[in-house]
Ligand binder design. Structure first.
Ligand code: NAI
Length: 303
């Protein structure tokens, strides 16, 4: 299964060989899109079993893409799929996976110490020119980057779920990120077919910084007895033109994920009322009503 990077792929950005660490929801999506756009991808996770699941979820997702985009020409679709899969390999040893990498994107568990430990070891194993990026949603990029001696080559690439569908990529720089690194990250994002936005290393970057407090305030409205989740969702869809109401969105994202983010920000910025925890959200999470992934959150999931 292990294969070294091949040469001769597209030249649109300086980055051709990409290592993705973490083959979960986000990492598998990032790997799929990076390989689909002509990059050589090594996907890393802790065990071969996990990687097998990541690989099959990528195959399934690719099949959906091919069915849609190559409806008129199934043969070309098959060829595209074969090419993408030939540019994707898997590995359980992070040090081996970064040997000829231009860019490492980390999408492992949202835990500062675990991320720091990973990057400290990658810093020793990766070539000097390799750029490091984290896909973290809520940890400051700089707090992770300090584990390395290449802070000038460190930044954030924050993708959105599902990665093959969502067009946006937030590209984050810390004060130490060099212009060269930042420009390469932006060019890579565009080569992946994403629309990039730039943001400093602030809590939640752009999207989550606005979205999470909005979702929390929706929960507080229900806590205060001002409106029902159904009415809040209807109001925001029909009155503000949002495709999903805040409660549908919270169920989609996961109530535990929202709680995790807000608790982390509250601990760090206890005086910011936007980051106050919510007893109602905490109650739902304690009851295991985590959202669509378990079949129930604020709503019972549609079958
Ligand atoms: P996930 O739980 O689906 O996947 C994480 C994967 O990392 C698992 O397969 C796990 O086995 C692997 N892993 C854990 N520690 C590892 C290590 N030391 N070495 C190699 N692999 C390791 O998580 P998900 O949702 O994909 O999130 C990953 C990262 O992306 C987190 O930092 C999260 O904050 C961020 N993120 C999540 C989004 C979401 O909508 N779920 C959106 C944007 C960013």
């Amino acid at each position: 299964f292990i294969r070294s990077f091949s040469s001769g792929s597209i030249q649109r950005s300086a980055i051709k060989n990409v290592t993705i660490i973490g083959g979960g929801l986000m990492g598998a999506g990032i790997a799929q899109v990076a390989a689909s756009t002509g990059h050589n991808v090594v996907l890393v996770d802790q065990t071969k079993d996990i990687l097998k699941k990541s690989h099959s979820s990528i195959e399934k997702s690719l099949q959906r893409v091919v069915k849609k985009q190559y409806a008129e020409d199934p043969k070309a679709g098959e060829a595209f799929m074969a090419k993408v899969l030939s540019q994707l390999c898997t590995e359980t040893d992070p040090a081996a996976a970064v040997k000829s990498s231009d860019l490492v994107i980390e999408a492992i568990v949202e835990n500062l110490e675990v991320k720091k430990k990973l990057f400290a070891s990658l810093d020793k194993a990766a070539p000097k020119h390799t750029i490091f990026a984290s896909n973290t949603s809520s940890i400051p990029i700089k707090e992770i980057a300090v584990a390395t001696k290449r802070m000038d080559k460190f930044g954030g690439l924050h993708y959105f779920n599902p990665v093959p569908v969502m067009k946006l990529l937030e590209v984050i720089r810390i004060p130490e990120t060099s212009d060269d690194t930042f420009n390469k990250l932006l060019a890579f994002g565009k080569a992946m077919g994403k629309v990039t936005v730039n943001c400093k290393d602030t809590p939640g970057f752009i999207v989550n910084r606005l979205l999470v407090p909005y979702m929390m305030e929706a929960v507080r409205m229900v806590e205060r007895g001002e409106a029902t989740p159904q009415d809040v969702d209807t109001a925001m869809k029909l009155g503000a033109g949002y495709p999903m109401g805040p409660f549908e969105l919270t169920d989609y994202v996961g109530l535990d994920t929202c709680k995790f983010i807000i608790d982390g920000w509250h601990a760090k910025y206890p005086n910011n009322p936007l980051f106050d925890p919510s007893p109602l959200l905490n109650k739902y999470v304690a009851e295991g009503k985590l959202g669509n992934k378990v079949g129930e959150g604020f709503y019972k999931a549609k079958k």
